[in-house]
Ligand binder design. Structure first.
Ligand code: NAD
Length: 440
């Protein structure tokens, strides 16, 4: 099938590449000329495990192309995916300008029957809006609009895309459903789960799924806070709860607050949709509020430990991206922590295996970046663990202790065992692990 993907970010580039890998003829389009130039030079503008080889292989075979010329890419395509950003607008709702601009350009470029697919996360009713925009510029009967939300996780995006739990297709057109079913057949051989539904339900499914996951995290963060006050260990509680098959073990880890390009904006957009429809979806408000507070927790713990004053202290931060195996720093909990420390007169040296370039765009030279985790802890008054990269799980503790000015760790990911850390001579503050860790 001939496919165009509009927007070559974390979703568009992965989707386009995976479609090319299953034999389709794919053109990825972006308005960002530097992004396309990078791709044409054979490099990829983001970090995603496995993506570089897959792009290289499919580009070399001629099945995957990159361009800024949207009209040329759309002209002969049977399916056009819109995978542009839907950032948070000023009032909390999703900003649809990028989606509707892309739809306008697509409409003017369509020649024959084309399925236009919203892959971006968009509020209920957007398929109709895209349809209205297309109707103004394209001939009637030359297109159908489909809602096909994406569920991939950064850091595991290729596996998620090639082997999804399910594919959701929202469309009332039999013709469009048949084309989408054919396109996704190679990816659903294991589960055979293509869920066809109406566009509104498909749009809602994506927000409902993200809101549920975010709710689990904020819930566990509240449980963790309570554990600290009553002397319970949230890690025991997590296992005790999660092994109940009605609950399950996923998304029960407390931490320094969730970040990323999706959860924060998606819960706000869903809340906004609810309000527009006369409903006060108050759980979502609480999920967001708890998360904003949680993002200050590591800073609060440090201030408590240092008697309210960290001016002149030097801190190490392990992990900058919002989660492991990505360079994405959007809404990462490392941002408020580092800004907070700098704002209170401390200095920071950070190490992240892949996110230094992204971090430099935000912090510039206001912090130091080290090639190794050990480099960051040299002379540090304390170490913060913000992202749970595997390589942070089993450090050489003696070496850490000898490099640090004081053996103090604030662990936002509960990576280590508190008892063993005490035996090793560390002051160890984690999340929700008994009264001694309370942040007051
Ligand atoms: P991104 O910011 O990484 O990429 C979006 C790209 O679209 C940018 O490169 C931008 O230059 C380009 N663009 C904007 N307008 C354009 C236009 N008119 N023509 C061509 N290109 C244009 O965004 P992302 O993280 O890939 O997310 C895209 C969408 O997918 C969002 O709605 C997001 O909520 C959703 N989503 C993201 C993830 C994720 O993990 N990142 C997962 C599922 C769903």
């Amino acid at each position: 099938m001939r496919i165009a993907v509009i927007g070559t970010g974390y979703v568009g580039l992965v989707a386009g590449t995976c479609f090319a890998d299953s034999g389709n003829d794919v053109t990825c389009v972006d308005i960002d000329e530097s992004k396309i130039a990078t791709l044409l030079e054979g490099q990829i503008p983001i970090y995603e495990p496995g993506l570089e080889e897959l792009v290289e292989r499919n580009a070399a075979s001629g099945r995957l192309r990159f361009t800024t010329d949207l009209a040329a890419a759309v002209k002969d395509a049977q399916v056009v995916f819109i995978a542009v950003g839907t950032p948070q607008g000023e009032d909390g709702s999703a900003d649809l300008n990028y989606v509707l601009d892309a739809a306008r350009s697509i409409g003017s470029a369509i020649t024959g029957y084309t399925v236009v697919v919203n892959k971006s996360t968009v509020p209920v009713g957007t398929a109709q809006k895209v349809h209205a925009v297309l109707s103004k510029v394209a001939k009637p009967g030359t297109f159908d609009v489909v809602s096909n939300p994406e569920f991939l996780k950064e850091g595991a995006a290729i596996d998620d895309f090639l082997s999804p739990d399910r594919v959701v297709i929202g469309s009332n057109s039999e013709r469009a459903r048949a084309i989408m079913g054919e396109l996704y057949a190679p990816f659903t051989r294991r589960s055979n789960r293509i869920l066809f539904m109406d566009p509104q339900s498909a749009e809602m499914t994506k927000y409902a799924a993200n809101a549920m996951l975010a709710t689990r995290i904020s819930f566990m963060n509240e449980i963790a806070a309570l554990c600290e006050r009553v002397g319970a260990d949230v890690d025991n509680v997590r296992l005790g709860m999660g092994t109940d098959s009605r609950i399950g073990l996923s998304f029960l880890f407390p931490g320094p607050g969730f970040g990323g390009s999706c959860f924060p904006k998606d819960i706000r957009a869903l809340y906004s949709t609810a309000r527009e429809n006369g409903l006060d979806f108050s759980i979502l408000n609480s999920v967001d509020r708890v998360n904003e507070q949680q993002k200050q927790l590591l800073l609060r713990k440090a201030l408590k430990h240092f008697g309210g004053n960290v001016a002149g202290k030097h801190f190490a931060v392990w992990g900058l991206a919002f989660k492991p195996k990505t360079d994405d720093m959007r809404e990462s909990p490392s941002l408020p922590l580092i800004e907070g420390l700098l704002g209170k007169g401390a200095t920071v040296a950070a190490h992240d295996p892949v996110a230094h370039e992204s971090a430099k765009r935000i912090f510039g030279d206001r912090i130091g970046y080290t090639d190794t985790p050990y480099g960051a802890v040299e002379g540090a008054d304390a170490l913060f663990i913000v992202t749970e990269w595997n390589e942070f799980r089993r450090p050489d503790f003696d070496r850490l202790k000898s490099l640090m000015r004081a053996p103090v760790i604030f662990d936002g990911r509960n990576v280590f065992d508190p008892e063993r850390m005490a035996e090793r001579g560390f002051t160890y503050r984690a999340i929700g692990r008994g009264q001694q860790n309370g942040d007051g």
